[in-house]
Ligand binder design. Structure first.
Ligand code: MN
Ligand code: MG
Length: 630
């Protein structure tokens, strides 16, 4: 048996091998298929992970399978089910059907579970044949983590019989407790306000763990839809897996949310390695931990050696690893295929539907370093909607701006993923490339001072560069691309030689810092007290991405229309006639200064490149490296 290779057993004692398997951030990837490119994607999909699950189970009769959340949203299939399929009360969601069929033992909710609203979520999880737990999401406002009613059960104790090394069967009680980033209450504020609240992850754990242990759990597995971030606890932190692991009462941490890989050389946080985080040994504070990437690309495997002590089991040794889907193979698990086939076929028909035409190729390879036509199309689509929405209101006369950010611009885990659409027919799948999220449209009122802070936060995308230096990186890899808001309707200059006002996680670093200058509206400088209406998405309007200036901004209008529907309408009207992007923003000029940026190989065919940009050689992860002169 596999455990004899992993552990040295004490044959004088009763000991048993328990294997725990993790999927996380599946984002409704059932079939190994990419609905954005309309091509097979053998490296992803629960239909591929299922092969790993079955192989791992064959090696280990005592095996449990958990999911870490973000399973209901994330691709055109999820949108079709939630918004177009007529999914109603009592219906069986294909993802839940697949998880039931694969015999999941437990799960938790991720932040994206809330994207389609509470009614949809509650319908979907009602049919789960396994407990789904979350300890830090409350039903109603969050006041006290110890006494607030939780949205779903905070924890569960699973009772199983396991076979020990002596061949005898023994009972095992496994506690599971779930957590999600508390920011989700802001990120889906229009769905959740007044209905669902959140607590800090560590505070909720401290409030609920005593009852869970008292319920007789031999060991407790934290289903932590939160990443491996800072070592020290800060209330409300988004990525709290490390301080969570430090708590007594937690034995195993299954982490997620950041779509990273842990353990292993692929762990993108070597700077945090130390006693708290051991990417080689696969532990957080000495406790076994895994994070299995995204979309079913990997399966987390935690092997435990349990020692029988009285009536209880105590974990005495562990080994953790990630198994990767073999992307040289293409088979799809028949169980998963059976649950997904009908929805898959419906989505294929949908994504191939024509919605309009584009006179020029549409791509966003340079969206992080120059004004971009795809962002302008988004901005125009939002603006057209906002004009109608505000007509006849007190806000109709406010100057109207449109805030947009790029989503598919390479980045962690998907270096070659960009918008790349040839001239000619525009299909539904292209719209999904433009806007992969089901965000609704919001309009907020912001002052000139607020706009300045909004843009300073967005300009945190750039690392501070040194004048006169020519070999230095420009983009902060920790900064999510979807927080690089471009404010269409203004013109402004960004100077990355100046320090950033905010840290990558949004905290204020230097209130005096100013990188964004010469902010103008209709050619005139914007005054600090001048008021604007800004159309954006509900995620940003709720303060998502730690845009404090936006979070505090009054909402002028909350639409029930998704940004993506606006893009469809924009294309259908034929409003996308522009060939070039308007010069919304520019970098400050610094002769003799340059910095490098890595861009996908598809950019080579996208000419002309922005002024001052030259390809200089290979970059990281199969990308090309470009030098940009300032
Ligand atoms: Mn996710
Ligand atoms: Mg998440």
């Amino acid at each position: 048996m596999i455990y004899r290779q992993l552990f040295s057993l004490d044959t004088s004692r009763v000991q048993a091998h328990l294997r725990i398997l993790q999927t996380t951030d599946l984002h409704l990837h059932l079939m190994p298929y990419d609905y954005f490119t309309d091509l097979p994607a053998p490296g992803i999909g629960l239909g591929r992970t299922a092969g790993l699950i079955r192989a791992c189970r064959r090696q280990a009769p005592n095996c449990l399978l958990f999911d870490n959340g973000d399973f209901l949203q994330g691709n055109p299939l999820s949108d079709w089910i939630a918004q177009d399929s007529g999914f109603g009360p009592g219906d069986l969601h294909p993802m839940i059907a697949a998880m039931n069929a694969l015999g999941y033992d437990g799960g938790t909710l991720g932040n994206h579970e809330f994207n389609y609203g509470l009614d949809f979520l509650e319908r979907a999880i009602a049919r789960a044949g396994f407990p789904i737990v979350s300890a830090n999401i409350t039903r109603g406002a969050a006041r006290d983590p110890a006494t607030d009613p939780t949205f779903i059960a905070p924890w569960a104790v699973l009772t199983r019989e396991i076979t020990a090394a002596d061949g005898q069967r023994y009972p095992l009680r496994i506690g599971i407790i779930g957590f999600a980033p508390p920011q989700l209450a802001d990120w889906d504020r229009h769905h959740l306000e007044g209905r669902v609240g959140t607590h800090d992850i560590v505070h909720a754990a401290q409030a609920h763990l005593p009852a869970l242990r008292a319920a007789g759990a031999d060991l407790v597995v934290a289903l932590c839809h939160s990443g491996i971030g800072e070592e020290h606890h800060a209330p409300g932190m988004e990525n709290a897996a490390v301080p969570l692991a430090a708590l007594p009462g937690i034995d195993v941490v299954l982490a997620g949310h950041t779509h990273g890989l842990f353990p292993g050389p692929g762990f993108d946080g070597a700077d945090r390695a130390g006693p708290a985080v051991d990417p080689a040994g696969g532990t957080l504070h000495g406790k076994p931990a895994v994070m299995a990437g995204q979309f079913g690309s990997h399966l987390g495997v935690v092997d435990l050696l349990l020692d029988r002590q009285g009536d209880a089991w105590v974990p005495v040794a562990h080994a953790t690893r990630l198994a990767r889907v073999d992307d040289a193979a293409t088979d799809c698990d028949p169980t998963v295929r059976a649950t997904a086939q009908a929805a898959h076929d419906a989505v294929l028909a949908r994504i191939r539907k024509p919605v309009g035409q584009t006179p020029v190729p549409l791509h966003n390879h340079f969206a992080l370093i120059a004004p971009d036509l795809t962002l302008q199309i988004l901005a125009d689509a939002q603006r057209a909607h906002a004009i109608v929405a505000l007509a006849g209101t007190d806000s109709a006369d406010l100057p109207l701006l449109s805030a947009v950010a790029p989503f598919r611009v390479g980045g962690r885990g998907s270096p070659a993923q960009y918008i790349d659409i040839p001239a000619g027919p525009l299909l539904m799948r292209h719209v999904a490339e433009f806007y992969p999220f089901p965000n609704l449209v919001s309009i907020v009122a912001v002052s000139g001072a607020g706009l300045s802070d909004w843009l300073e936060r967005a300009a945190g995308q750039f690392l501070q560069i040194a004048p006169g230096v020519t070999d230095q990186p420009l983009i902060d890899p920790e900064f999510p691309c979807y927080n690089f808001d471009v404010m269409d309707g203004l013109t402004y200059e960004i100077d990355p030689t100046q320090p950033a006002r905010h840290l990558a996680d949004g905290r204020l670093s230097d209130p005096q810092a100013q990188r964004v200058r010469d902010i103008r509206w209709q050619g005139r400088p914007v005054a600090a007290d001048q008021m604007f209406a800004v159309v954006t998405n509900g995620y940003r309007a709720g303060g998502g991405g730690f845009f404090e200036a936006v979070r505090q901004a009054p909402v002028l209008h909350q639409s029930q229309v998704s940004v993506r529907e606006l893009v469809v309408a924009h294309f259908a009207r034929g409003d996308n006639t522009a060939h070039d992007a308007r010069p919304v923003w520019r970098f400050a000029s610094h002769p003799g200064t340059a910095a490098w940026v890595d861009i996908g190989p598809g950019a080579r065919a996208c000419l002309p490149a922005p002024a001052g940009l030259v390809r200089i050689g290979p970059g990281a992860e199969g990308l090309d490296r470009y030098s940009l002169r300032f």
